[in-house]
Write a protein that binds this ligand. Structure first.
Ligand SMILES: [Zn+2]
Length: 88
C-alpha cells in the first residue's frame, strides 16, 4: 500500500490491489443488500460501491490514472483517507 494524491483536487488516497478492491465490493454488497430502501438513500445516496468507485477520486471523480505519489504534507495527520485501485 502506498499513498497517492489526486492531481485535480489534492486529496490523498491509499492504493489497493485488484484483489482487495474486489473483496471490498463483495463485502459492501452483502451489507448493502440488507439495508432498507430508506437507508440506502440516506447513507449511500442509492449508490452501491462498484469498481468505478475505486478507479476514480472519491471527492472529485478524477480517474486514478491522474494521481501522483503523495508528499508528506499532502494530508494532515489524522485525516481520513479513502482507498483507490493501484494504477500500476
Ligand atoms: Zn480528486
Amino acid at each position: 500500500m502506498k499513498e497517492v494524491t489526486c492531481n485535480k483536487c489534492g486529496k490523498v488516497h491509499f492504493t489497493m490491489t485488484l484483489k482487495e478492491v474486489e473483496k471490498e465490493i463483495k463485502s459492501f454488497g452483502l451489507m448493502y443488500e440488507k439495508l432498507s430502501a430508506e437507508q440506502k438513500l440516506k447513507y449511500y445516496g442509492n449508490k452501491p460501491v462498484t469498481m468505478e468507485t475505486y478507479t476514480h477520486c472519491y471527492f472529485c471523480g478524477n480517474a486514478h490514472s491522474n494521481f501522483r505519489p503523495s508528499l508528506e504534507q499532502d494530508a494532515p495527520i489524522g485525516v481520513t483517507i479513502c482507498g483507490i485501485l493501484d494504477n500500476e
